[in-house]
Design a protein around this ligand. Structure first.
Ligand SMILES: [Zn+2]
Length: 346
């Protein structure tokens, strides 16, 4: 069974200087796209589900999708990760459903909106680590708050609207966000024993990250270097790391999509991060845009089609292409067989 704890994959990535894309899954076509990309590139994979994904697809469907992936691709080590667990109970229900890794995001209160105190964050994260580690499940924590100033953000939602947002992956309002403090990161890892640490370096979730190509002023890569220098054994996680490539947004617009100009995190910057301890890179938006553009293209060019497979097949193919590009760029390609040869999974 190639479902493995995230620590195993990220330790291998650290020893061999590569990063691993963490790709979000909500349905069958997405997990198929990820697994086919992993097979083609011989990559270990991190498949992650947000609370929104778990409520969209229901835990039972999701659990069986990942079991199917493990069954169909025994040569690929698969991490199943809970993205942004908002409270310990969410992490524990993920573990009960077979997830091999959880994120306890205690940087926000359980409403996933209100910034939390350091003490609250350390307390809940430590608790989840104690339980998860006893069950051979890895834990990601977060210090600092994602989202920051100088960005082209959509207007903030009310808490009630945010809770009902189908995505359920919110952020504090930009003025509440703050970058990770390296002193706090060091203390947090010592107190909680997390395996991986999400840091706020100026990225945010969604398609509208920056209103110009990000430079050193908005994207604090030097902060990553400093955190890695202090915490060489903690795997750094970059959230909101879609690149929002121009060709994908162009395609979306060409077929009637309405998306304003935006800049994501350039792949070169992520590669620079990987040189300094970034091991998990969360990519979701790029896959969403790719799938939406593919669906739009079919709908606009062949209006006589109505079989969902006519839309979903090209959508799946488009997502697979993005996944392959990231797997190659982050260096995870070629490492699944090495992990197997090293006896890291059976
Ligand atoms: Zn995130």
């Amino acid at each position: 069974m190639p479902l493995v704890p995230m620590r195993v994959v990220l330790d291998h990535a650290a020893e061999n200087n590569y990063g691993v894309a963490a790709l979000n899954v909500n349905n069958m076509e997405q997990i198929q796209a990820i697994m086919e990309a992993a097979k083609e590139t011989d990559s270990p994979v991190i498949v992650q589900a947000s609370r929104g994904a778990r409520s969209y697809s229901q835990d039972n469907y999701l659990r069986h999708l990942m079991l199917a992936a493990a069954e169909l691709y025994p040569e690929i080590p698969v991490v199943m990760h809970q993205d942004h667990g908002n409270e310990p109970a969410t992490c524990y229900s993920a573990i009960r459903n077979g997830f091999t890794s959880v994120m306890m995001d205690g940087s926000l209160m359980p409403d996933a909106k209100t910034p939390a105190s350091y003490d609250y964050n350390a307390k809940v994260t430590k608790e989840v680590c104690l339980v998860a580690h006893a069950l051979n499940v890895s834990v990601e924590g977060e210090v600092g708050c994602l989202g920051t100033v100088g960005q082209n953000k959509e207007p903030p939602k009310s808490v009630a609207a945010a809770i009902h947002d189908k995505d359920l992956e919110q952020e504090p309002e930009p003025e509440m966000a703050h970058l990770t403090d390296p002193d706090e990161a060091e203390r947090f890892v010592a107190e909680t024993n997390v395996d991986a640490l999400a840091v706020a370096i100026g990225t945010s979730h969604g398609a509208f990250k920056f209103d110009k190509k990000p430079d050193g002023e908005v994207l604090k890569m030097d902060l990553i270097e400093e955190i890695h220098r202090r915490l060489p054994n903690t795997h750094i996680v970059m959230h909101g790391s879609s690149s929002v490539p121009q060709e994908l947004t162009d395609l979306l617009r060409k077929y009637g999509g309405d998306m304003k100009q935006s800049w994501g995190v350039p792949v070169e910057e992520i590669q620079r991060g990987i040189k300094h301890g970034v091991r998990k890179i969360n990519v979701d938006t790029d896959n969403r845009i790719a799938m939406a553009a593919a669906v739009r293209q079919v709908m606009m060019t062949t209006p006589d089609k109505f079989d969902p497979r006519d839309f979903l097949k090209p959508a799946r193919e488009a997502m697979k292409k993005v996944c392959i590009a990231r797997m190659v760029a982050f260096g995870q390609a070629g490492n699944a067989s090495k992990m197997r040869a090293a006896g890291l999974f059976k």
